[in-house]
Ligand binder design. Structure first.
Ligand SMILES: [Zn+2]
Length: 379
């Protein structure tokens, strides 16, 4: 495979990029004729760019299906395996790894249990496990675009540090510790911002230009909002910390030090802390009619509906529920929708509440796509 030559002018680069992106976005191989009709470039221009893209291994020849006999017409499609990116979700108990190609297809996944550690040892652990993950999956580092890491906490990109992560018990940790050990381009992002980004990319809200709020339900609660097509980040990169909205004055203690936060009522910790069981066991018992579990669940839904109602009030947007708790929510969605509608002075039903498509992997996908999107933009 040849490296793509740098075009003589920026205008030529843009032409090549729009041809590549047109092929990349198409659901099936496209012909030179189709590209010409859609983008308005001459056939010689398209021919020249396609030759370059083929030589660089970025696209390949594919067969256009609707053949009427004779030689099938030829089209072009994007090659996913030309580069790849890795997403790592860091949490208090687990490191989760995911690798995806340029076509955003997931190739490999791994989850390992970790013990909470001092920052230095923790960084070394990430380095060791990343090395192992790459060796196990025979990933060639020369094809690697970068490694994205998600943290359940607030990140200051300018100071390059984690400001606060209550669930990981981190206050002011320099990201330089990790940068020193890992020799690839690195990108750090808040876990729910990243997960929300992945859900947004795959959402019908994006497709239909609708506003979307993503509420992530895991051991912590976070989220992100896409308003007018843009992800809003806030003045301090801590927009949408929905988990710490107050839903019960003077209520249960929260990891942030306050009382009555949404997170204290509706995170997965509720099941381990109040009942001493894991989430699978909780929802299994709930579906079989366990009275104690049902009582706790009523309380979770009560507070969740208050939280969702507040988000609806602020943003007037669709609400997408994600995170691993959302994997269990489908049977309870009609009731949750009804509870929210009863609280809302403006809504007749809760049909604006959805469950996300990637309850387990969205954070890793989002942070890996940071690199693949950048790559696509720069072809
Ligand atoms: Zn809190």
């Amino acid at each position: 495979m040849m490296e793509l030559q740098k075009p003589v002018t920026e205008r030529r680069r843009q032409t090549r990029n729009s041809i590549y992106k047109f092929i990349y976005d198409a659901p099936k191989p496209v012909s030179k004729q189709e590209i010409s009709e859609s983008l308005g470039y001459s056939l010689p221009t398209i021919h020249q760019n396609i030759t370059e893209l083929l030589a660089a291994g970025l696209i390949r020849v594919g067969v256009i299906k609707e053949s009427t006999g004779g030689r099938p017409p030829v089209g072009y499609e994007a090659v996913g395996s030309v580069r790849y990116a890795i997403g790592i979700a860091v949490s208090a108990n687990y490191l989760r790894f995911l690798v995806c190609d340029v076509n955003q297809q997931q190739l490999n996944y791994k989850r390992i249990h970790i013990e909470a550690n001092l920052a230095d040892e923790f960084a070394r652990q990430i380095q060791r496990e990343l090395d192992l993950f790459m060796r196990e999956n025979k990933l060639d580092s020369s094809q690697l675009l970068g490694v994205g890491l998600t943290i359940p906490g607030i990140i200051d990109h300018e100071k390059d540090e984690i400001i606060l992560s209550p669930t990981m018990n981190i206050r002011k940790m320099s990201l330089g510790i990790i940068r020193k050990l890992i020799p690839y381009p690195l990108y750090f992002e808040n876990d729910s911002h990243s997960a929300g980004y992945a859900e947004w990319i795959c959402s019908e809200q994006k497709e239909k230009n609708r506003n979307m709020v993503y509420l992530q339900l895991e051991n912590g609660i976070g989220g992100t909002a896409f308003i007018g097509g843009h992800q809003i980040m806030g003045n301090n990169n801590r927009c949408s910390e929905f988990g710490h909205m107050r839903v019960e004055p003077g209520g249960l203690s929260c990891s942030c030090g306050q009382k009555g936060c949404l997170e204290a009522y509706c995170s997965a910790f509720r099941f381990t802390r109040d009942l001493g069981i894991q989430i699978e066991e909780f929802f299994d018992g709930l579906s079989k009619g366990n009275i104690e579990y049902a009582k706790l669940w009523d309380d979770v839904l009560e507070h969740l509906s208050i939280g969702i109602c507040n988000l609806r009030m602020v943003y007037d947007s669709d609400i997408v529920l994600g995170g691993f708790v959302s994997e269990y929510l489908e049977p309870y969605l009609p009731r949750l929708r009804q509870m929210v509608a009863e609280r809302s002075p403006f809504d007749d039903d809760g049909s604006f509440i959805y469950i996300g498509k990637h309850p387990r992997n969205a954070a890793m996908m989002g942070v890996a796509w940071h690199f693949t999107s950048e790559f696509i933009e720069n072809v």
